[in-house]
Design a binder for this molecule. Structure first.
Ligand code: ATP
Ligand code: MN
Ligand code: MN
Length: 387
């Protein structure tokens, strides 16, 4: 289960705070992430290996000392002594204990060796032709450490297994459409101050499966997250699009666009809304010729023309005009994400997965106009799900 996401990288600890009534642990800030660490192990400004949630670490001697099962070391969002912890920190020097690698650490000769981490200049991976790993913020270590992404069996989308079945006719996802994805706000903490003048639309992040329906130069198609779907083998996914007559409508409109939305309902991601019937909710439109997402107004207009009005066929709108105030932080956005679903059709009062923020208009200079967007996953939701 190789991940396309960078799950581990060098980062700086920017803050350390005590946790009330806990003397063996403290909380570190890394980007917008809060992580519980062993007290005294790190100082502010130390560089560490930061491992994101959803990571599965390989068996590794160092972790035995944490009292954790080394065969099943999954990194999740947890709450300990009232403190949220998302991710895991590894001291850089511990990389040397990697079971499958012979590493050599090169130290700064001229630097005072106040601590081991601060004096390490580079790591040489002897198991990979003396490959040099620079100690630099952001250097991806996912492959190097051998981290895989957690497979969540309870929430595995229905198509999950069938997609891997060899007798399925799978066509690759079209290259002219962007795959649906959202960056986590915790990884954007450095940019948050630049969002002050931006008007955002905030929608609820629905817990389902991504479906893209497109029209391009007279051809139409339906895709899941990573593949183009063949109708007869993906009845559940494709029938929803057919019920709404989306491909016909796209053909008639004759624009080169891709509708991207979430299907939710029975047998999809645990059907957290307890729906009796599946439904499709649009969250974006990709403009194929322009190779960018539609702005809020462009999306509203296109959906109107398609006879699929945004108010009815879009994802639930949490706030149609959201502006950051000057003291907005990752933490305050995470607080905002906590709460119950606002999906009208939900038959249960269930915690929402989170929110997605999108700039309402295009950002950037004339040759690189784009929509900025990110997701804020609710910690409350994650903690409940991980229980
Ligand atoms: P990660 O990359 O963090 O491991 P992931 O790639 O599986 O996770 P998700 O966490 O599910 O992605 O978040 C992105 C997905 O959220 C999109 O692909 C889309 O299907 C879904 N989604 C649900 N609701 C919305 C919404 N309101 N706006 C945008 N995307 C949404
Ligand atoms: Mn992703
Ligand atoms: Mn999802």
């Amino acid at each position: 289960n190789q991940s396309d996401r960078s799950l581990a990288y060098f980062e700086i600890i920017t803050n350390l705070e005590p946790i009330p009534n806990a003397d063996a642990i403290e909380v570190a800030t890394i980007l917008g992430w809060k992580v519980i660490v062993k007290k005294g192990l790190y100082k502010v400004n130390d560089m560490v290996v930061y491992v994101e949630i959803d990571s599965v670490l390989p068996p590794w001697e160092y972790f035995v000392n944490d009292g954790l099962d080394k065969r099943n070391f999954k990194i999740k969002t947890i709450k300990l002594r009232g403190q949220i912890s998302a991710g895991y920190c590894i001291p850089i020097k511990e990389l040397i204990k990697h079971p499958n690698k012979v590493l050599e650490f090169v130290y700064h000769a001229d630097q005072e060796q106040q601590n081991d981490i601060g004096s390490i200049k580079q790591i040489i991976d002897k198991s990979d032709n003396d490959k040099i790993i620079q100690l630099q913020v952001g250097i991806d270590l996912t492959q190097f450490i051998g981290i895989t992404k957690v497979v969540d069996f309870v929430y595995q989308p229905r198509g999950g297994n069938r997609v891997r079945s060899p007798n399925m006719n799978l066509v690759p996802f079209p290259g002219f459409i962007k795959k649906t994805d959202q960056t986590r706000i915790q990884n954007l903490s450095r940019f948050i101050s630049q969002y002050n003048d931006v008007e955002f639309e905030v929608t609820e992040k629905l817990e389902g499966s991504s479906i893209t329906a497109y029209h391009y130069k007279g051809k139409t198609g339906i895709c899941s997250r990573n593949f183009q779907l063949v109708e007869y083998s993906h009845q559940m996914e494709t029938s929803l699009i057919q019920d709404l007559d989306i491909l016909e409508k796209l053909k008639n409109l004759n624009e080169n666009i891709a509708l991207q939305g979430e299907i939710i309902g029975p047998s999809i991601q645990g059907n957290i809304y307890n729906l009796q019937k599946s439904m499709y909710r649009v969250f974006d439109i990709w403009l194929i010729e322009k190779q960018r997402y539609a702005s809020h107004q462009e999306r509203v207009d296109l959906l109107e023309k398609l006879g699929l009005p945004w108010q009815k066929h879009g994802v639930p709108v949490f706030n149609n005009s959201f502006k950051f105030d000057s003291n907005m932080t990752v933490d305050s956005l995470l607080k905002l994400a906590d709460g119950h679903t606002i999906l009208k059709e939900s038959r249960v009062k269930v915690l929402r997965e989170g929110l997605v923020f999108k700039s309402k208009s295009l950002i950037g200079n004339s040759d690189n106009q784009h929509i900025i967007s990110f997701k804020v996953i609710s910690n409350e939701y994650l903690i409940k799900k991980n229980k």
